[in-house]
Ligand binder design. Structure first.
Ligand code: HEC
Length: 120
């Protein structure tokens, strides 16, 4: 009788563990979903519109040489994964400075959440 209980308890523990594990993993993968869009917008206006334009259309600033700022409203952005965009924001691109020294992980997630609202 006692052994059965122990068996049941450990089964319940295993199932909850699996469920919980999947949920937290999902959250880690979807950085945009954990971000705060309103805060992201404030940060975007402060740091990104100079190049990417007020609406993220890539019309903020044209460089004489090298790639122009990306149009963040384009469908090609929507197709990219959160991880890809996060990496670009953190590490920069030609003509785009890396933001990992200036933005926290949380701030980057907020900005990413806002960027996700731009792409149609
Ligand atoms: C000094 C100008 C400049 C600033 C400021 C800037 N960017 Fe960029 N960004 C660029 C340029 C130029 C590119 C295109 C680089 C390329 O095509 O290789 C780019 C590309 C990107 C891309 C990649 C798009 C893709 O195709 O994957 C993302 C995402 C992005 N920027 C987000 C941001 C965010 C968010 C900020 C604010 C934290 C920001 N950028 C600030 C110039 C800038």
């Amino acid at each position: 009788m006692k052994r059965r209980w122990i068996l049941r308890l450990s089964t319940v523990g295993l199932v909850t563990g699996l469920l919980f594990g999947t949920v937290t993993q999902g959250q880690a993968e979807s950085k945009a979903q954990s971000g705060d869009v309103a805060r992201g917008k404030t940060l975007f206006v402060r740091h990104c519109t100079g190049c990417h334009g007020p609406e993220g259309g890539g019309d903020g600033y044209k460089f004489l040489r090298g790639p122009d700022p990306a149009n963040l409203r384009s469908p090609s952005i929507r197709k990219k994964s959160d991880a890809d965009l996060f990496q670009t924001i953190h590490e920069g691109r030609p003509n785009m400075p890396p933001w990992n020294t200036r933005l926290s992980q949380k701030e980057s997630s907020d900005i990413l959440a806002y960027v996700r609202t731009l792409a149609k």
